[in-house]
Design a protein around this ligand. Structure first.
Ligand code: IFM
Length: 450
């Protein structure tokens, strides 16, 4: 397999997110985000860690972007931190916040790297959470105001935009399971966050379309998990169907004009109390691309232990069909064929122009060895195997036109803190030294051969 097999216009990049790498939580007038608040709440994050310093990208971005260019990557996916730009969530624009993103975008352009910007990767201003956050329908107006500020400031420099990062994850983990910021657990208001998020997905895309040059590519991203029933027992088959509808279909289907998958997940009908007349039509948007983000497979069986959805995933550590090498450092199953199936599935929806793999990668217990290197053989193999499946889908006609490795460098993995390492570049947190891992060198050689 060679990079050229994917075609001359295929985009090769890596992805990051503001809170996970930037640090500098109060620099230059930045407001507090829900992740600043949540990570400073005792008991919420592994070992009580937080993103106060993270990779110190706020100060080290020139060297980091130069390193990215050295690896031969042509695209960099980053996200804007809403509270850097609008510290009060709405209203007053903080010029110093805009200036920071101008600096990192200019650096990318100087080095020939294409900026791919995500409007929202989970760091909501805390002041807006205090007004209800995603539970409050006003989020649609707040988000559109923020998006317009970004489009006007960066529209002439940033060619590729994504509205949301993984809406299913931040709504479910943040407002239903309580394991992510803001740590809420309430079924009814969770339903409100789902509907408001789907509205924002399309309404903010319309704001981008109105305010960006006609050439701008507008997309959004989805977390996807290839799902199979654990057995062919009809109860397990039904459970897997509900799981798939909830995890993989809930946000793409309204976006492509199909509405919510109410028929397959009964409890989603609780959302209806938040849907107003005329909303259905507002959920669709003609995106230029859809971002697929995938890491694992789930095998699902029926369970009374998980109410509402009556389904639960098998514990990979208890599966006798998996070898230890098939399970990553977070307990996720490594299943390369999953990305093939997901690409086929998403390509089959109506109005799909192109798909981009906007995240894919794995957490490996990396160590810095005596020779000063990180020999992450398992990550290199992961990329080789997943990319082979992306190519397989492409050869079968799936319009997949880009691939972003998650992640450029090790970073703050939300509630899991700094323990899981996903980077192509190792970060020695005490010294903030960057060390290219073997997988990073593999990518460099792979892209060079093209
Ligand atoms: O680190 C996250 C990222 O923020 C969103 N997608 C999944 C990654 C790995 O868990």
């Amino acid at each position: 397999m060679r990079a050229t097999d994917f075609g001359p216009d295929f985009v090769w990049g890596t992805a990051t997110a503001s809170y996970q790498i930037e640090g500098a939580p109060t620099a230059d007038g930045k407001g507090e985000s829900i992740w600043d608040r949540f990570s400073h709440t005792p008991g919420k994050i592994y070992l009580g860690e937080n993103g106060d310093t993270a990779c110190d990208f706020y100060h080290r971005y020139p060297e980091d972007i130069a390193l990215l260019a050295d690896l031969g990557l042509q695209a960099f996916r980053f996200s804007f931190a809403w509270p850097r730009i609008l510290p009060e969530g709405t209203g007053r624009v903080n010029q110093a916040g805009l200036d920071f993103y101008h600096r990192i975008i200019d650096k990318q352009l100087e080095l020939g790297i294409a900026p791919w910007a995500t409007v929202y990767h989970w760091d909501l201003p805390q002041v807006l959470e205090d007004k209800g956050g995603w539970r409050n329908r006003d989020i649609v107006a707040w988000f559109c105001e923020y998006t317009e500020v970004l489009a006007r400031a960066f529209g002439d420099k940033v060619p590729n935009w994504m509205v949301l990062n993984e809406p299913m994850m931040y709504t479910t983990l943040g407002y239903f399971m309580g394991s992510h910021a803001p740590g809420a657990k309430d079924t009814f208001t969770y339903m409100a966050t789902l509907h408001h998020t789907a509205l924002v997905q399309a309404e903010a895309a319309r704001v981008l379309r109105t305010n960006l040059p006609a050439t701008a590519q507008i997309g959004t991203t989805f977390s996807c998990i290839h799902t199979e029933p654990a057995t062919m027992n009809p109860l397990d088959v039904g459970a897997a169907k509900r799981w798939d509808a909830m995890l993989n279909r809930l946000f793409i289907e309204p976006a492509v004009g199909m509405g919510y998958p109410f028929q397959d997940v009964g409890f989603l009908r609780l959302m209806k109390r938040y849907i107003k007349a005329g909303d259905e039509a507002k959920l669709a948007f003609d995106f230029d691309f859809h971002g697929i983000q995938t890491y694992m497979r789930h095998k699902i069986h029926f369970s009374l232990l998980r109410p509402f959805i009556w389904a639960i995933e098998l514990d990979n550590y208890k599966r006798d069909d998996l070898a230890p090498e098939d399970i990553n450092d977070l307990g996720w199953e490594i299943y390369p064929e999953g990305i093939y199936h997901l690409l086929k599935k998403f390509a089959a929806y109506p109005n799909i122009k192109k798909l981009i793999v906007t995240e894919n990668g794995t957490a490996v217990p990396d160590t810095l060895t005596q020779d000063g290197r990180v020999h992450d053989r398992r990550r290199t193999k992961y990329y080789q195997d997943y990319l082979a499946q992306v190519l397989r889908a492409k050869r079968e006609g799936v319009p997949v036109e880009g691939y972003f490795a998650w992640s450029f460098m090790d970073n703050f993995e939300w509630a899991e803190g700094y323990r899981p390492r996903f980077g192509l570049v190792y970060v020695d947190y005490p010294t903030q030294q960057r060390i290219i891992k073997d997988s990073g060198y593999w990518f460099q050689a792979f892209l060079k051969k093209s």
